[in-house]
Design a protein around this ligand. Structure first.
Ligand SMILES: *Cc1c(COP(=O)(O)O)cnc(C)c1O
Length: 381
């Protein structure tokens, strides 16, 4: 894909490299009261709902701010003040979900698996059967801190069988991984503009079950993050409740046009898969090893072990790769030294191959020869 600017390519999972048509859509100023702008908001909400086949049962409520603001709004509004949420944790975003739920005064339990191990439907079923006080389950679909994909379908079915409610952080999977609101029952699924739909950052959205949102009036302990009020105001007036991120909304609509033109979620997954294969294949040839087993890895962001070579430091590696036009992402693991590379954004396998070349040249400039990690490889299954 053409990157007409000389800006570095962002191999980070949001903000990410956007298409020119998305950037150009930000050149116009919109009045927040204007019907032309409010028609854009309405259309964006409908299209987001369609991506997860939710229009019969759910509504889409956009929220100002980064993705976390929408996660807080969903939890703060949908979990009653005397509710009890079980948060499934296998990375930093799961920890964040537990922390924000606790900070809002809701009772929280956590179930933690190692960062390279999925949460299973069996775990969830067992935990819910053992504790009737749990009202909600919080799940991070794609844990961006490593790239691991958790089994949403099975977990959603287990939560429904146990008669509890599910809140899904689908921030880095929405638009790339198939999600079906009818087949995977959830009360709320949250994502944001600047991830796999490839818009600019600045707004999030919650796909909320309509009946649950209606019943949640008065739950929120925050004014600006009251999802129910945001929804009712928008339904009544077509406007955002407080100042909307107008340029972001317009650019997000343009990004959705590109998404549709490309062929929607299946086409996006196919391109990201090609990006992932070009990246991992090239990096493996250089001697790098991925942190996760490929069977649980989503083609969205890849965690690589740092080279064992004492001449390697992330800072110098990062700076030199950036000077060649590619922005990498630091690792987010506490136990082992890693770095991450995103496969998402308006980029194709050509850009991934160029990024691998930049890494190769950087290793040679740094005289890094022992690229394999110091940690032993996982035992073969
Ligand atoms: C990006 C992301 C978020 C939101 O992070 P913000 O910095 O608030 O945008 C939440 N969860 C996951 C899994 C993410 O990838």
């Amino acid at each position: 894909m053409a990157n007409v600017s000389r800006d570095p390519i962002l191999l980070t999972p949001g903000p990410l490299t956007t298409a020119l048509s998305t950037k150009v859509a930000m050149l116009r100023d919109w009045g927040s009261w204007d019907s032309a702008f409010n028609a854009i908001t309405a259309r964006v909400r409908e299209r987001l709902l369609d991506i997860v086949a939710g229009s019969a049962t759910h509504v889409c409520v956009p929220m100002q701010g980064s993705g976390t603001f929408s996660v807080e709004a969903a939890v703060n509004t949908l979990v009653p003040r005397d509710g009890h949420m079980l948060v499934l944790v296998n990375g930093a975003y799961g920890k964040r979900l537990a922390k924000l739920t606790q900070m809002m005064g809701r009772r929280v339990s956590t179930f933690e698996t190692p960062e390279d191990v999925q949460t299973t439907a069996g775990d969830v079923e067992r935990l819910l059967a053992a504790d009737a006080s749990i009202t909600h389950v919080g799940l991070v679909h794609l844990e961006t801190s490593t790239g691991i994909l958790n089994p949403l379908q099975g977990i959603a079915e287990a939560v429904a069988r146990q008669g509890r409610r599910l809140i899904v952080d689908a921030m880095s999977s929405f638009g790339a991984i198939a999600i079906d609101a009818q087949a995977m029952p959830f009360d709320a699924l949250i994502a944001a503009s600047g991830k796999c739909i490839e818009g600019p950052p600045g707004m999030g959205f919650v796909i909320a079950r309509k009946s649950s949102l209606e019943a949640a009036a008065g739950n929120a302990s925050s004014l600006s993050l009251d999802l129910c009020d945001q929804w009712q105001y928008m339904e009544k007036t077509t406007q955002w409740r407080y100042t909307p991120p107008t340029h972001v909304v317009a650019a997000f609509a343009a990004a959705l046009d590109t998404f549709d033109a490309e062929g929607g979620q299946p086409a996006r997954l196919a391109r990201y898969t090609k990006n992932y294969e070009a990246l991992v294949g090239g990096m493996r040839e250089l001697g790098f090893r991925a942190f996760l087993d490929p069977s649980i890895q989503a083609p969205v962001i890849v965690t690589f072990h740092a080279p064992a070579d004492p001449r390697y430091t992330f800072r110098e590696f990062y700076d030199r790769v950036r000077d060649k036009g590619f922005i990498l992402y630091p690792g987010k693991l506490t136990q082992v030294e890693t770095f991450r590379v995103g496969c998402i954004g308006a980029i194709g396998p050509e850009e991934m191959r160029s990024a691998v070349n930049a890494v190769r040249d950087t290793l040679s400039e740094m005289h890094v020869t022992r690229v394999a990690p110091a940690v032993p490889a996982r035992a073969a299954a």
